[in-house]
Design a protein around this ligand. Sequence first.
Ligand code: DGL
Length: 270
Amino acid sequence: MDKRAIGVFDSGLGGLTALRELRRLLPGEELVYFGDTGRVPYGGRGKDTILRYARQDVAFLRTFDLKAVVIACGTVSANALTELRAENDLPIFGVVEPAARAAVAATRKGKVGLIATAASVRSGAYEKAIAALDPGVEVRSDACPLFVPLVENGRHRPGDPVVELVAREYLAPMQEAGVDTLVLGCTHYPLLREVIGGIMGPGVTLIDTGAVCAAETARFLVGKGLLAEGQAGSRRYFVSDSASDFAALAAPFLGGEVDGPVERVDIEKY
Ligand code: DGL
């Protein structure tokens, strides 16, 4: 039994899709979330900047007594996981490895697609992780830079003409490549699941990176006997921009109300 908290961070709000899943799988855990809403997006930035930001995000979270850190951000997982693991003496989970395992398990034809931010695609991290599991699996990767701002502006619902148009254009090469499994390599994309699923069709399995990462974290903590048993889990939310905007913006990602206090952090201090 271990009552310490689990730290979860993202460049902004997308990581709340992973937190939502952690909350569902591990209702007794104390979760501390940091969203770098003042500096989002990370996905168009270079590796050095992503690494600097990620180190600050982890340094802030480590002001709490943690048993694990979940990087609920595709861009940070793809660009900074190795460094963060080497620099920190606690388990750190990213989204790339669990997503790669889920994709290799799901593909029937050995054709996997990845959609993610430009920095995630450029890193080649998903291709490397998939090749390490099964070199025979082909991977087609495409950056979809308009998806994050569309989701953040509430334009993610099926039938919305703007998101449908953008998604059709982004996904056409995936359809032509004949992928049967598509990794939603960014934690914002689960909100586009219905739009993307509608275009790709029922024959294509969609992998939600936040959900598979949350499941892996849960398996690890259960396996090591590190759950905080016998208590109701609490949640605390921290952001680097306005805390008052957070509740309204976070609700679609959490699938409901924000269930804990929200505070602003000066992340440049860390
Ligand atoms: N959270 C980021 C990710 O999962 C997307 C937003 C950004 O570009 O920072 O890759």
